[in-house]
Design a protein. Sequence first.
Length: 340
Amino acid sequence: MNLDALNKVAEAMVAPGRGILAADESTSTIKKRFDAIGVENTEENRRDYREFMFRAKDAMAAISGVILYDETIWQNAADGTPLVKLIEQAGSIPGIKVDEGTEPLHGSPGDVITKGLDGLSKRLPKYYEQGARFAKWRAVIDIGAGIPSHNAVHANAHALARYAALCQQSQIVPIVEPEVLMDGDHDIARCYEVTTWVLKETFQELYYANVALEGMVLKPNMVIAGKKSPKQASVDEVARETIRCLKNCVPSAVPGIAYLSGGQSDEDATAHLSRMNEIGGFPWKMTFSYGRALQAAPQKAWSGKKDNVPAGQAAFLHRAKMNGLASLGKWTPELEKKAA
């Protein structure tokens, strides 16, 4: 393992003013997105959609890396150029989602475990050869009556650590993503409590697995009330509680934090990130690793029509720019409206 090389990639992934585009939706997930805009879920449409984003050079200037789905990393653009090459030509780093989704966790009703460790050590060198320099694995922790269980938190943290160790062995930077979902009716205090537990457990397992923290990026949820909670927190409270939680749990050796948007609205995800960077006082760089919060607007503008590609790219540029500013703590609602 060449730690200096891993650290260089990790630092580039969280470079100030830039963040990560999560374009790693599975075929079934992108079908839901395409259904909403009336686009047929064909391999060609999936390629065309991703291609127009990777060719949007101005928008890609704010994108440090792109997480790809297995299908996408092997695809070529309409003119035969590998999509991975388009990402590299735009000055971004190609990455790959390597988990295989979740399944119910035996013995813990209501909890899930992420699959994909089997055969991962054989897949990673092939992804590296194809151009991937980082990978992503998502653990999913839900909050509800009696959940998460200790079994779920521990099992998912252990799987994340095993994945991260395998990545570093193959000279690939692991994005470690323990996501505490915001789907429930819990308040922000409960989210703080569970997120703290999950992060503490994750870093304990990373330590046991001998994962070099300098060669990874953390992709956590923000500390936020559940969508169904009658008591929603302010932007300032979300920012302060998230910083407090991470300062209590995340070693300073980690180069950066790239937050997931987790079902927040586009603007909320941007506002929360910007406020955190405005407050400051933490040892890591804080940026974004957004999927839907970067893509919902471009998807709608494009709607599967070639003539709409410039409109789709313009919508992508707007969201990429706003989040790039947020990673510097310089986003404002006025800029959001002015640029729209």
